[in-house]
Design a binder for this molecule. Structure first.
Ligand code: 3NM
Length: 210
């Protein structure tokens, strides 16, 4: 799969009055280099409309586009991949459906991460590092120790997620994360582009301020 460092996920609740495409375009301009459409509340028609708009945007910028949960939707809009939760369809079944497209899966414990790698996931999410209100049904925070474990034991790309902010990301990076995802901190920002740039600067510095 293409390399990435700053993983952007949509979160429309965090930017009332601002369009989904505008906010994600600002994120891409700030350096988000993979975009996931995550939407737990829209109707089928709305999901298709939004996913198509994001597909057009990401194609324009040459950024991979991932759809959360909905394999049919991912195929319908020709997304580059899908992202699964632990409760979603098994990776083997997803692989049959999406072929060589990217498959990512959320993991919250090292056993899940090892299994995902063994079953052919292209990348994993590792989290939630900190408490988050963005994902309703998420497990308790797994902390930096999980990031250290994954960094040591997993060979496929992993992205740290969950409660990551500009003011705590350095310790996540120092724990071994080279890829970061933040939802509310990015899409809820009054300066989406600037926030993304600052995340990337911190990644460049490997979490060490000089
Ligand atoms: N997945 P924020 S945590 C979508 O741990 C998601 O699998 C998580 O949002 C996981 O950056 C999370 O606003 C929400 O905390 C992340």
């Amino acid at each position: 799969m293409p390399n990435f460092r700053l993983y952007g996920i949509t979160g429309e609740n965090f930017h009332p009055g601002r369009s989904l495409v505008d906010v994600m375009e600002e994120a891409i301009l700030g350096g988000v280099d993979i975009v996931q459409f995550r939407d737990k509340s829209s109707s089928k028609e709305e999901l298709v409309r939004k996913a198509k708009a994001l597909r057009a945007l990401t194609t324009r910028y040459g950024v991979p586009f991932i759809v959360n949960d909905h394999v049919d939707l991912a195929l319908e809009v020709d997304a580059d991949g899908i992202h699964l939760g632990q409760g979603d369809m098994p990776i083997a079944e997803a692989r049959q459906r999406v072929g060589s497209r990217i498959i990512g899966i959320s993991t919250h414990a090292i056993g899940e991460a090892l299994l995902a790698e063994q079953q052919g996931a292209d990348y994993i999410g590792a989290g939630p590092v900190y408490a988050t209100a963005t994902k309703a049904d998420v497990v308790a925070p797994v902390g930096l120790s999980y990031i250290r474990e994954v960094a040591e034991q997993i060979s496929i790309p992993f992205v740290a997620i969950g409660g990551i902010k500009l003011d705590n990301v350095e310790e996540v990076i120092r724990a071994g994360a080279t890829r970061i995802c933040a939802v509310s901190e990015i899409v809820g920002s009054t300066d989406v582009t600037g926030t993304c740039r600052t995340f990337l600067t911190k990644l460049d510095r490997k979490g060490v301020d000089t």
